[in-house]
Design a protein around this ligand. Sequence first.
Ligand SMILES: [Mg+2]
Ligand SMILES: [Zn+2]
Length: 190
Amino acid sequence: MRPAVFIDRDGTINEQRGYINHISRFVLLPNAGKAISLLNENNYIVVVTSNQSGVARGYFPIELVEETNDVLRRELAKDDAHVNGIYFCPHHPDGVLPEYSRGCSCRKPNIGLIQKARSELEIDMERSCVIGDRWLDIEFAHNADLPGIMVLTGYGRGDFEYIVPHKQIKPTFVAEDLLRAVKWILKQDK
Ligand SMILES: [Mg+2]
Ligand SMILES: [Zn+2]
């Protein structure tokens, strides 16, 4: 079995631009493709885990999330990078679309997305970890009993400066960006 890296999408792989409610708002962060291709080369399973509550809130259709994820795959392919799975939560308890407006087990920091990935991919959880730009991603890692690496892209710098100091759970490592996070993971694994 191979280890997985569960990577947040917005603010970690692509630029944080509020809700990505149109594919024109999807811009890959510098070195994100290189980071993921490094994981591919080193035999890691790459899983994207993303909250997309804009669906429940009626900001954009669920098809837009799929379309954006297709753009993500295409952009990564330019750097010979690929992801093994993309899992997202379209729900929110205070949404407006009845079919998505409820509490759920897949909205991070709940670990439903990781459980779903585990049921579909052969993952060595002992060597897996989470990378994300928000405090919520660190909580998500903690809830799944995995190391949580915080990147300072997206909301990262603000969450690190203003939220992390007040929390008991700390990131296992803080990296400038996804590429540096990946390099750190690979070093630990040696
Ligand atoms: Mg994010
Ligand atoms: Zn959900």
